[in-house]
Write a protein that binds this ligand. Sequence first.
Ligand code: IPM
Ligand code: MG
Length: 355
Amino acid sequence: MNLNIAVLAGDGIGPEIIDQAKKATVAIAKKFGHKLSFTEGVVGATAIDQTGNPFPDETFELCKASDAVLFGAIGDPKYDNDPKAKVRPEQGLLAMRKKLGLYANVRPVTTFPSLIDKSPIRKDLVENVDFIVLRELTGGIYFGKPQGRSEDGKTAYDSSVYSKHEVERIVKLGIEYALKRSGKLMVVDKANVLATSRLWRETAQEMAKDYPALEMDFMFVDNAAMQLIQNPGRFDVMVTENMFGDILTDEASVITGSMGLLPSASIGLLTSVFEPIHGSYPQAAGKNIANPLGTILSAAMMFEYAFDLQNEAKLIRDAVEKSLEENYVTEDLTNESPKSTSEVGDWIENYIKNN
Ligand code: IPM
Ligand code: MG
């Protein structure tokens, strides 16, 4: 198979972790006889520095022309404390999501047995955690208009906006996932307060009628935030709007012991994007210490979702699991002679070559 992959490394630790995912991808392509090409594009702060635009048209064209996008991370502290900055790296990520129509962000949360002791949550509560959050990614308060400041600058506003169509397509995906798993779908909203949430709930309820095998439940987001800690094992497939999904997936990521481990797939109308859920970790940039496993697992999701190559995806996951078992890991996961980012990448690469 021909695999034409756009690589957007982005900012901070992005380039270092992306290098490891590329090594794993090359090893897989060699092993299974696929023809691979990587084309690099700029995004985020790096793109602002070079072009003034955090998601340049060239990068957009590259994404459209590729079969999949492998994405590192975005964000640079030099913009964070400057409320007057005209462009921000994060706008590049948002523009990419909007322009590629990536309305669904799939974030699986699974526990790795060898990491259970790293979880801040009691072992018996975490042991069998295995759920998926489907986060809506192109609507809600992230994109709603109007957004801005009053003329005197003393009032600011954001708007949360959803159309029925936007709700339907993401809930439909949630239903499909649920029916492939336990048959249960949890719709998370704030319907006791928000009009958009009431549209979500009404739309989801209407849709549920067409699926007799489906058990649809609803939960307010504040309650969901609590239950994720109190009893994470009760969740299977959760679907929610953009901002709630952003917050709940950061929370969910620590349940498993390391945020550095969670991959994600953003899928929608055009080319899909695969990226770790963590950020650009600027304090670690260039130090070769960041955990590359979230990005490597995102490459596994790429084989699964973009190319429907399940054995390839599985071999990457096996490699990651083995590296954890052997405690061949970066410093976020061990105090005993932690390995560097590239050493972990080499280990995964070799495992793929030899297995
Ligand atoms: C994420 C990130 C982004 C978001 C930021 C960097 C804009 O937190 O992908 O979860 O809020 O969506
Ligand atoms: Mg986030």
